[in-house]
Design a protein around this ligand. Sequence first.
Ligand SMILES: *Cc1c(COP(=O)(O)O)cnc(C)c1O
Length: 238
Amino acid sequence: MTDVRDNLDSVRAAIAAAAEGAGRRAEDVTLIAVAKGHDAEAVRVAYAAGQRDFGENYVQEWQEKAAALADLPELRWHFLGHLQRNKIRQVIGKVALLHSADDMAGIDEMQRAAWSVNLKQDVLLQINLADEAQKRGCGEDDAELFIDVLLRSPNLRLRGLMTLPPADEDPEVTRAWFKRLRALRDRLQAQLRGRPGAPAALWLSMGMSGDYPVAIAEGATHVRVGTAIFGPRAPKIR
Ligand SMILES: *Cc1c(COP(=O)(O)O)cnc(C)c1O
């Protein structure tokens, strides 16, 4: 039996230690509990233990869970996965942060959807650092162009960058990808200084169960942790 409450305590302690080791404040790191593959009850237990930010990858699964948890007033949803264009309208305005602005057509649809409900949606630009064919996101070389488009989308608010680096058992290999995203962030931020609508500080959404302490050491502002909180997921059947 997974003890979500105990696991959350351990993850919080590891975040605090990693932040301290990097000379950062633990409050500057947002823990997103990734609940895909787990039921609404698991989310409720984490919420009761003080967790407020939750991540989901699949629209239908998220919608069912969000409906079951509509009574939790402070719960903030983060959408992490690729969004098919025909699903974008179901998500815009209903999540605190959309981590997966990942192609031009999708960004265009996100802008239209946010405009049609008259709100400004917070988004992260997803970067495919290793240009992996099976992963979404723009390449490093295109980041400037994508950011330009996002900043000219009046109903989208660019907040930062997200990445899902190549999986590797060696955290030092993963560290190199985190360093690379941070360096990209630093370059983009310097270029954006003074530009209207550009945030003063771009967030970095990086790090999962296997490597979030390393990500925090490298500057992550948002870590997305599923298994280490909720236990193993049932095999995906879709
Ligand atoms: C599933 C998922 C996570 C969480 O992964 P764990 O290894 O279970 O912590 C984080 N980010 C994204 C984009 C995911 O799809």
